[in-house]
Design a protein around this ligand. Structure first.
Ligand code: AMP
Ligand code: MG
Length: 414
């Protein structure tokens, strides 16, 4: 049997991303329903934010021309709480003013109340103890957003703070991309669902919960097509069912080229497939292709297919490195490299592998990285103990104290 060529992680990713096309359908959703969605078009502000120059402090609005000398005393001619408008500030007067209230015309600074005093016995005077500079404590009209200008750009993933920006711009609804729909199934005669008795020689299907949660954490709809036995017919039939109404099918297991590995022939029969050996560890085999749709559920004639390895750490890591960017691109998001940080390794790594390794590590109290002692692709506790991966290029060795490339899991799960 000929061995498929070994690709670098970057080659495999470039190939995947060259195929992914963003979904086109757009929905209009109320603000709260838009959380976790992707903006389909730019959002332009309906208003200036803030709408008027206003004070960021409780205190007194003044003219700096009147307050050049320390201890200047002014008559308090008006009172402006937030939500009301003042009037022209006449020379020699001050306005009592509260955070968020518009600065009255004529005033060019605010003095915080801590820097003022009320002269003994006075009911309408204020003494300014620290001469203000012009513009002090004034938030300028439009310094946050300008009416008619872009507040958020198409392709933005909507987090709580983006919803707040859109609301500050005066919007009630947003035009967002429809959710990407991902089908998943899990191959292996040895698999049982938790809650069922284990078969002799069996193990629990952990990939189901890891991968469905990965899909959902990216804001996609996930459909579970369950455990599929190691049979060509069962695999083909599930592919046909999963191709309906979905953009992408993800599987775990069965992507090697052993007699019990049916993904390759099944996807080839139902569509087309490339099987890759990627020079990474964990996670060597990865299958990429497409399955013909067996219905007319959408304009696309095919559903994308990505087959992940069965080992739990391998399927998790390959999801994060390859499936996630593919999904991001389907969603219309930026599928660039995940955030990474140079960090100090507090362990030796002396057995450089010819593959690009992704080590499960955790940040320690000294601000360095500790290594989980068992880096086997079957030991999923390494990923739950860890808070990220060290991206270790082929052949790289290092000693404790050296800097390495760290990618936190939370940069890969949204
Ligand atoms: P495979 O890629 O099918 O050869 O499986 C590789 C290893 O991963 C085997 O030890 C399988 O038992 C294990 N495995 C496969 N699928 C799962 C799963 N869904 N949950 C947990 N382990 C799995
Ligand atoms: Mg298997």
């Amino acid at each position: 049997m000929t061995k498929p060529p070994m690709l670098t992680a970057q080659q495999a990713l470039d190939h995947l991303l060259s195929h992914a096309k963003p979904v086109n359908e757009v929905e209009t959703l109320a603000m709260q329903a838009s959380l976790g969605r992707v903006l389909a078009e730019n959002v332009n502000s309906l208003v200036d934010v803030p709408p008027l120059d206003n004070t960021s402090m409780d205190g007194y609005a003044v003219r700096t021309a009147d307050t050049q000398t320390t201890g200047s005393t002014l008559r308090v001619a008006q009172r402006i709480p937030a939500g009301s408008m003042g009037t022209q500030l006449e020379p020699g007067t001050a306005a009592r003013i509260f955070t968020g209230a518009p600065v009255p015309p004529g005033a060019d600074a605010v003095v915080m109340q801590e820097d003022c005093a009320i002269p003994d016995g006075s009911t309408d005077q204020v003494q300014v103890n620290i001469a203000p500079t012009s513009g002090q404590w004034i938030r300028r009209r439009g310094e946050d957003l300008t009416a008619g200008k872009t507040a958020l750009t198409a392709g933005t993933f909507l987090r709580p703070q983006e919803l707040g920006v859109a609301a500050s711009a005066g919007l009630t609804h947003l035009n967002v991309k429809r959710k990407v729909r991902v089908a998943a199934f899990f191959t292996g005669d040895e698999l049982s669902l938790p809650g069922e008795p284990l078969k002799p020689g069996g193990i629990y299907n952990s990939n189901r919960d890891t991968l469905l949660a990965c899909i959902k954490s990216l804001g996609c709809d996930a459909t579970d097509f369950g455990i599929v036995p190691d049979s060509l017919e069962a695999t083909k039939e599930t592919l046909r069912k999963a191709s309906k109404d979905h953009d992408l099918i993800i599987t775990s297991g069965g992507v090697s080229v052993g007699e019990e590995d049916h993904i390759k022939p099944a996807v080839t029969a139902e569509g087309r497939l490339d099987l890759w050996q990627i020079a990474i560890k964990p996670g060597k085999p990865l299958a990429f292709g497409a399955v013909r749709k067996s219905d007319n559920s959408s304009n696309n004639a095919e559903t994308w297919f990505i087959g992940l390895p069965g080992n739990p750490v391998s399927s998790f890591v390959t999801f994060l490195l390859f499936v996630r960017p593919f999904i991001l691109k389907l969603q219309g998001r930026d599928a660039g490299a995940p955030q990474s940080y140079p960090m100090r390794a507090d362990f030796d790594w002396l057995k450089g592998d010819r593959r690009n390794e992704f080590l499960r590590v955790k940040i320690n109290a000294q601000g360095g990285l500790d290594l989980f002692p068992n880096q086997s692709s079957g030991v999923l506790t390494s990923a739950s103990w860890g808070d990220g991966l060290v991206d270790c290029p082929p052949g790289q060795v290092f000693k404790a104290g050296e800097m390495v490339k760290y990618i936190p899991f939370n940069a890969l799960l949204s």
